[in-house]
Design a protein around this ligand. Structure first.
Ligand code: GDP
Length: 462
């Protein structure tokens, strides 16, 4: 993982209109744009930017740039912006106007922010000279530590504010890593747990043997055995893997049906433990009901997945390769349509054909999961998609996306599927079909190969 892939902390600027949020944003972003007009329908680039002047680089969001134009007046609008900040930022920069004193909306906002579990830095803006400084103490009544007096327009004390924000973030996250630190950390990255799952006789053992016997695979001799599977640690191309081999333990019984049922039960537990599932399908028989059952389990557990079509040598061996590929792909895409995010890999364990494609696929999924998705790009992509193809009107209302952000995973794993938090006007206006449209748009714009996407939707009225 390179330093650029590490998610930067997010600082959100909140405050009522006209306190100078965009001027502060431009100062933090190091830009010299004085005023940016919000025009409906125009994708705003000023929502997020990077602040590199702080001891710890961070992403800054101007919630005022989100354009949450709501019918209920600006009090409601500011509260919606505060809600977005509370749910997506690591630190909130609350801006007030030092020349106009405490406004009722400031007090309302302060009440909301005090209850949130996010650190808040209060900046009193427009303190252009000494004579305005006396007013700063009045703002102590809002209930935050030491108000920070600045003038964004004149650049007064802005460097001090940036240092202070950086200091607050260091208290939360520790000092930023140097390149050497992050290289050392690479050593500690847990191995990628890969479960090879599928019904009996699809060729799981053959594939595992082919992988482990490949000279590029370095197998460690300490395999662990659990009740349902064997864990085989190994290394390939510098990456550490843990192969969960469900096929390794066989509980054959006389009746074929119970063999299958046991195999599904074992698969279920392996799927739960895995970072990535390799679902093996027998190309010569095609997708069966049992395959679909295992596939559904992978989907329900929200697991990254690659579908491996094994025994490709037996699939219409006399046809042309491209026609065989196309036909089989169509069959699998129809039968496993719900597992749409999983790429397909066609192999023959017996003939040792195309096996390196499996690792090509695994590496691609790992890369996709560690790539940093910028908030700016995410919002631009989704807003453009919505402008191009607006959501259907329901009860005279139409879905309006205020802001989207990526959600940090609570329990970091070797591969973590992205989770997006969408702030919308009314959550119930987001239909399954439209959600699928947004998902496909993101898949076209970003590399999300093999990863399920999770959308969490927050309505401003929640
Ligand atoms: P498992 O139960 O899923 O572990 O399946 P096995 O690895 O035991 O394979 C079942 C049968 O399929 C064995 O007879 C294998 O030799 C055969 N087999 C596995 N992979 C291939 C393949 O790619 N092509 C062909 N023709 N046979 C295969």
């Amino acid at each position: 993982m390179s330093a650029s892939q590490i998610k930067k902390p997010i600082v959100a600027i909140v405050g009522r209109p006209n306190v100078g949020k965009s001027a502060i944003f431009n100062r933090l972003a190091g830009r010299r744009i004085a005023i940016v007009h919000d025009q409906p329908g125009v994708t705003r680039d000023r929502i997020t930017a990077e602040c590199t002047k702080s001891p710890i680089p961070f992403e800054v969001i101007d919630t005022g740039g989100i354009g949450a134009i709501l019918d209920d007046g600006f009090g409601e609008q500011v509260r919606a912006e505060a809600d977005i900040a509370i749910h997506s930022a690591d630190l909130i920069l609350f801006v007030v106007d030092g020349q106009s004193g405490i406004h009722p909306v400031d007090s309302d906002l302060a009440k909301v922010l005090r209850k949130a579990h996010v650190e808040v830095v209060l900046a009193v803006n427009k303190v252009d000279d000494r004579k305005h400084e006396n007013a700063v103490t009045d703002f102590a009544g809002l209930g935050f530590d030491q108000p920070f007096a600045v003038s964004a327009e004149h650049g007064r004390n802005m460097d001090g504010l940036i240092r202070h924000l950086g200091q607050q973030l260091i208290e939360q996250f520790g000092k930023p890593e140097t390149v050497e630190d992050s290289e050392e950390k690479d050593e500690e990255i847990p191995p990628v747990s890969i479960a090879m799952v599928g019904r009996p006789n699809v060729g799981k053992s053959s594939l595992i043997n082919a992988i482990l016997n490949d000279e590029r695979t370095i197998v460690s001799d300490v395999a662990g055995t659990t009740r349902d599977s064997v864990d085989i640690p190994y290394e390939r191309g510098g990456t550490h893997y843990n192969l969960i081999d469900t096929a390794g333990i066989r509980r054959r019984t006389k009746q074929d049906s119970s063999v299958e049922i046991f195999s599904v039960m074992r698969s279920e537990r392996s799927i739960r433990r895995a970072d990535l599932c390799l679902l093996v399908i027998d190309a010569s028989t095609g997708v069966t009901a049992m395959d679909r059952k295992i596939a559904r389990k992978i989907l329900e557990d929200h697991k990254p997945c690659i579908v491996i079509l094994n025994k490709f040598d037996l699939y219409h061996p006399d046809g042309s390769k491209s026609a065989r590929l196309e036909e089989l792909r169509e069959h699998v895409e129809t039968e496993l349509f719900f597992l749409h995010y999983a790429p397909l890999v066609f192999v023959s364990a017996k003939k040792g054909q195309y096996l390196n494609k499996i690792f090509g696929g695994i590496e691609q999924v790992c890369r996709a999961s560690s790539a940093h998705i910028g908030t700016g790009e995410l919002n631009r992509t989704l807003k453009n998609a919505i402008e191009k193809n607006p959501a259907p009107v329901r009860k005279n209302r139409r879905l309006n996306l205020l802001y989207a952000t990526t959600k940090r995973s609570d329990r970091p794993r070797a591969i973590s599927p992205p989770s997006f938090l969408l702030f919308v006007n009314h959550a119930e206006l987001l239909t399954r079909t439209y959600e699928r449209y947004l998902e496909n748009t993101l898949r076209d714009a970003l590399d999300l190969s093999g990863l399920p996407i999770d959308f969490q939707v927050r309505s401003r009225r929640d």
